[in-house]
Design a binder for this molecule. Structure first.
Ligand SMILES: [Zn+2]
Length: 340
């Protein structure tokens, strides 16, 4: 005779209960579609507590607390712990296969010249290197999860001012370029489109990808914002100071259409910097919170229309009020369908 048992782990070991066939059938009938549904529609999120762990001098410009703030807000809004994936630091060897060895060695060993460190904008520490290696790995993991699941989001990333042999503007190693290369290791993914909507031009990414015909870079930024010496992306659009929602969103639509005329992507990497927001301390644009949401929705809609995977990172955002800043970053997760 067939018997059904339920095994429940407890402090004293695993307990075994005999249950009726009827109950088993009922549980399977009611529960299974729910479990399948949750598994099918759960959008992978990538986070590590180290994202927010960096000792900085008092009044330092960088809002290091925002990453854990975004995680906490997502959990508060009902995202289960099981939806978060935790990256392990990228190896120094992998970094060296994409970036100049001398730079990787000097930076990871703490022997980079003072001036080069000043250009990055963080004081050197072991913690900084560990955090950066983990964050870069986070974007690579996000890219891989996007390939298998269709869509994935990192709770940090967007180090677009990092070049092959130097870093700048809070960026040490360029995660966007590495993630594009990671995606291209998968069958069927040859062409990767990097959509960079941070208010600052994606100069490092543009330079790194300048000879890669299979990586297309689009940068929509504030013309008067850093970097003052811009590099050449495949498409660059510099908006004037004070641009608001309507101008921003219609320009983005044109830029995306123009990109698709020149390039057929098999995958998209999206830098969703929120320093375009009207209250941002560094950005010169005046886009509202609703405008940020509409922008993010446009990019996700493009990926879904094309039927290609999309990996998103949060990019820049510089308001001293962390709660207000998290509220703007959270629009990305609303637009992606992670939360309502
Ligand atoms: Zn930025």
């Amino acid at each position: 005779m067939l018997r059904f048992f339920v095994f429940i782990p407890s402090r004293r070991g695993v307990c075994r209960f005999r249950v009726s066939k009827l109950l088993c059938g009922l549980v399977l009938f009611v529960g299974l579609p729910f479990v399948v549904q949750v598994c099918l529609f759960m959008i992978p999120l990538v986070f590590h507590p180290i994202y927010s762990q960096l000792n900085l001098p008092e009044r330092h410009r960088f809002p290091i607390e925002k990453y854990v703030g975004i995680r906490d807000e997502l959990i508060k809004r009902g995202v289960p712990d099981s939806q978060f994936f935790r990256p392990s630091p990228i190896s120094v060897e992998t970094l060296k296969s994409f970036y100049h060895s001398d730079y990787v060695n000097a930076l990871t060993q703490g022997t980079l010249e003072k001036q080069a460190m000043r250009r990055i904008g963080f004081p050197w520490s072991e913690q900084l290197i560990e955090r950066t290696r983990t964050a870069v790995a986070g974007t690579c993991l996000t890219a891989e999860l996007a390939v298998t699941e269709g869509k994935a989001l990192n709770l940090t990333g967007g180090y677009h001012h990092a070049f092959a042999d130097f870093g700048s503007g809070f960026c040490l190693f360029n995660d966007l370029y590495l993630a594009a290369k990671k995606m291209q290791q998968y069958d069927g993914i040859d062409n990767v489109l990097i959509v960079d909507l941070d208010v600052h031009q994606g100069d490092g990414t543009a330079k790194l990808a300048e000879n890669d015909n299979d990586i297309f870079t689009l940068s929509l930024h504030g013309e008067k914002n850093f970097p003052h010496r811009k590099q050449q992306s495949n498409i660059d659009i510099g908006l004037a100071k004070g641009a608001e929602d309507d101008e921003y969103l219609s320009t983005l639509e044109e830029a995306l259409t123009l990109s698709l005329r020149q390039f057929q992507p098999d995958a998209i990497i999206y830098d969703a910097g929120v320093d375009i927001h009207v209250n941002d301390d560094l950005g010169h644009l005046h886009v509202s919170t609703k405008g940020v949401f509409e922008r993010d929705k446009q990019v996700f809609q493009l990926a879904s229309q094309l039927g290609v995977p999309i990996a998103a990172v949060i990019g820049g955002g510089y308001q001293r009020n962390i709660i207000a800043l998290v509220d703007v970053h959270i629009q990305l997760y609303r637009a992606a369908g992670v939360i309502a």
